[in-house]
Design a protein around this ligand. Structure first.
Ligand code: XIL
Length: 446
């Protein structure tokens, strides 16, 4: 009897075992790889790379010329690769390719990774289509009174229809000593704009960083200080009435600290918190047709600063003392994000104000990790130029004032001394040829 029972138990156990699969045969699902950005971009290829998937036997790589992968390259259709990188070559310069990866583990094939775009470097010259003829809005460049000749001037006249003085229309230059104005440089710039039918944007009447020393160490009462500022604004705006069509009346009044109160400038100290309103009133009285702007930085990257700037605008708008907002746009290829830039635009448009992207430059080397502009970084920078222009281009025409770029050649950028390290934030090379950033600007208009 016991032997019979034991046999039965053995049979049942064997049956159960035969029903369950061995460990090796258990179905396993391949994890999904994540594709990284393409590296080693050259003029005919790039290196695709992706994350390791646990126990994957191999990976299948697709490369296509369309983002939806409807046009796969025959040599790169589910190409099996055991490494975590693949050199893709034989591609055409100037074209953007896309790649994606799947992992294979036994019989299991994962779903596709994210798709990555890789633009193949074109080695030839960049297109030289003039920005102003391609754009439906005013495109601006900064000027210096002693650089209004030669190739610089040729490029200004070919590409731009709006100019801003880089530093000669600031208080320390126009009002260097008590009672004595110096308009030599401004007159040159105004004449250049008038002669060449360029729009001239005035920048900047009141800025804490361009206060002449006699004003910093002002001798006199607060009332005398205020009278001096009123005289200064009235004198300058009146002198160029009808010629300077817009002014940044106050520049960078918002402090960067927490809560973003007003910056504790000499003007705030001597004239009180409503110094801003007073300055705009004097400018308005001097030239009622002149468009008055408030201009600041980190407008996109900081939501609190943005709110503080919009509050200033709302206070001025109540009394019809402001016409537009200037977002400086000293940004980098890494950010701010398009959504943050869009928030600047949306807040400006909803307030029925003009939008000026007033000082665009895009750092390619914000972390100082490069000693020369690499093709990858030039393309990242180009894409950021394109993104910014695209956002500006989509603004309703009635709200578009201008998109001004803060400098012509990389070597001339103020950022080099500001950050104290090398960068290439602008659209032209040393020999005045157009960089990829320039092509990005053009592409943003499409
Ligand atoms: C910079 C100019 O580019 C420099 O040449 C000058 O020495 C200092 O000012 N925000 C502004 C601009 O509003 O006026 C500044 O321009 C850059 C930062």
């Amino acid at each position: 009897m016991k032997i019979r029972q034991a046999l039965w138990i053995l049979c049942i156990s064997l049956f159960v075992l035969s029903c369950s699969k061995s460990d090796d045969a258990v179905e396993v699902t391949a994890g999904v790889p994540s594709a990284y950005g393409a590296v080693n971009l050259t003029n005919d290829g790039f290196t695709a790379n992706w994350t390791r998937v646990y126990r994957a036997d191999k990976y299948l790589v697709d490369v296509a010329t369309k983002a939806d992968f409807s046009t796969l390259l025959p040599n790169y259709t589910a190409l099996p690769v055991t490494a975590l990188t693949l050199n893709v070559s034989g591609l055409t310069a100037g074209i953007t390719y896309y790649y994606r990866v799947r992992a294979v583990r036994g019989e299991s094939i994962s779903v596709f990774s994210n798709a990555v775009a890789a633009e193949i470097i074109s080695t030839g010259p960049e297109p030289t289509t003039a920005l102003k003829s391609a754009a439906n809005f005013n495109v601006g460049m900064i000027v210096r009174s002693n650089r209004l000749t030669g190739i610089t001037s040729d490029i200004i006249l070919r590409e731009f229809d709006n100019i801003t003085s880089e530093y000669e229309m600031k208080m320390d230059k126009m009002y260097p000593s008590k009672g004595t104005y110096d308009f030599t440089a401004v007159d040159k710039i105004v004449n250049y704009a008038t002669d060449n039918k360029l729009n001239l944007h005035g920048h900047a009447l009141i800025w804490h960083n361009s206060v002449p020393s006699w004003v910093t160490n002002f001798v006199g009462t607060n009332a005398e200080f205020e009278a001096m500022v009123k005289d200064y604004i009235t004198t300058v705006v009146t002198r160029y009435k009808g010629k300077i069509k817009s002014w940044d009346v106050v520049n960078e009044a918002v402090d960067d600290g927490s809560g973003n109160p007003l910056r504790n400038s000499i003007f705030k100290q001597k004239m009180g918190d409503d110094y801003i309103k007073k300055c705009y009133q004097w400018a308005r009285d001097a030239d009622p047709a002149c468009k008055l702007f408030y201009n600041d930085y980190n407008f996109a990257s900081s939501a609190t600063k943005r709110a503080a700037i919009f509050k200033i605008a709302d206070d001025l708008k109540k009394d019809n003392l402001i016409d537009g907002l200037g977002a400086q746009m000293h940004i980098s290829y890494k950010g701010p994000a398009a959504s943050e830039i869009q928030a600047v635009v949306d807040g400006t448009v909803s307030r029925k104000l003009l939008m000026h992207f007033s000082e665009l430059d895009i750092q390619a080397n914000p972390d100082n990790d490069l000693t020369a502009l690499t093709p990858e970084r030039a393309i990242s920078q180009k894409n950021k130029y394109k993104e910014v222009v695209k956002i500006f281009n989509a603004i309703p025409a009635a709200n578009q004032y201008a998109l001004t770029v803060w400098g012509m050649r990389d070597s001339e950028s103020w950022l080099l001394s500001f950050w104290g390290h090398i960068d290439w934030p602008l659209m032209y090379n040393e020999d005045y040829s157009a960089k990829k950033a320039h092509t990005g600007f053009l592409e943003g208009l499409k």
